[in-house]
Design a protein around this ligand. Structure first.
Ligand SMILES: [Fe+2]
Ligand SMILES: [Fe+2]
Length: 266
């Protein structure tokens, strides 16, 4: 820790403790102790903003007099969410990078796909990030299930498996990117093989497969897509709760709250 910075940011109580030491050597010891406490505290309470968190204005300076070891509720590194957040608020203030799902939805819309496909593309990867990308399709589907049609939630869950398997009827190949990501020898786990086989026989297979067809594996440079371009489609396909996402007592409200306060200790 930088000694000068530490002295500038030290709390009044710490300064009084150091000043109260009788000898120069005791003062030096008190300073060392205070610095090591501060390093420990910093390590404990440093909140690592998760990938999905949008950090537009950088990190605000920490209040040197705030010695609480853990963060709870509003995370100072993140923009404050409205009291009754809408889906659009999450895109603007929490989901990050949102460009992948926005570009996928644009691709589907430009291809003339049905609104349910566009909506599914818009939502298909919103869970991906440091809350855990493992089984992201299942997490995503569960989180949005109370607010969308059963078909959209089903399609999002299944895209997780379908993206590993080619389907010539749709011109869908195993993604090149996965070879570099996971290696040539990677084989999907049996539960994914099974999920793919089951999905292929399902009446909503087309919707799920189209998520993978429009799933962008590399971003188009210079293409800026805004969530505001999709407010009509969201309005018709997403039941926005009047109390706000996270506060409507749905079965998945806690998942939305985790995005609102991703770094709460408890
Ligand atoms: Fe995905
Ligand atoms: Fe995706």
């Amino acid at each position: 820790m930088d000694r000068r910075k530490f002295l500038n940011s030290m709390s009044a109580a710490t300064a009084a403790t150091i000043a109260g030491a009788a000898t120069l050597s005791e003062k030096a010891d008190a300073l060392e102790d205070a610095m090591s406490d501060a390093v420990e505290l910093e390590g404990k309470r440093r909140s690592t903003p998760r990938m999905m968190c949008h950090l537009e204005n950088g990190r605000p300076p920490r209040d040197p007099n705030d010695e609480r070891p853990f963060l709870m509720h509003d995370e100072p590194n993140l923009p404050k969410m409205p009291a009754k957040p809408t889906l659009v608020d999450f895109y603007k203030l929490r989901f990050s990078p949102a460009s992948h799902v926005l570009q996928s939805a644009k691709l589907a819309r430009d291809a003339g796909e049905d609104e349910k496909v566009v909506m599914a593309c818009l939502l298909h990867d919103i869970w991906v990030g440091k809350l855990g990308s493992t089984d992201h399709g299942y997490w995503c589907a569960q989180m949005i299930a109370p607010y969308v049609s059963e078909e959209i939630a089903w399609a999002i869950e299944k895209h997780q498996a379908l993206r590993f398997f080619a389907d010539k009827n749709y011109g869908y190949e195993y993604p090149e990117a996965y070879i570099s990501y996971f290696g040539k020898d990677y084989r999907p786990e049996p539960y994914l093989v099974h999920a793919n086989e089951q999905a292929k026989k399902h009446k909503w297979y087309d919707t799920s497969r189209k998520i993978t067809v429009n799933d962008l594996y590399s971003f188009e440079k210079g293409v800026q897509v805004e969530i505001d371009d999709f407010t009509d489609i969201i309005g018709r396909n997403f039941k926005q709760p009047k109390d706000g996402l996270g506060f409507d007592e749905s079965k998945t409200a806690h998942m939305w709250r985790t995005f609102i306060w991703p770094n709460n200790y408890l």
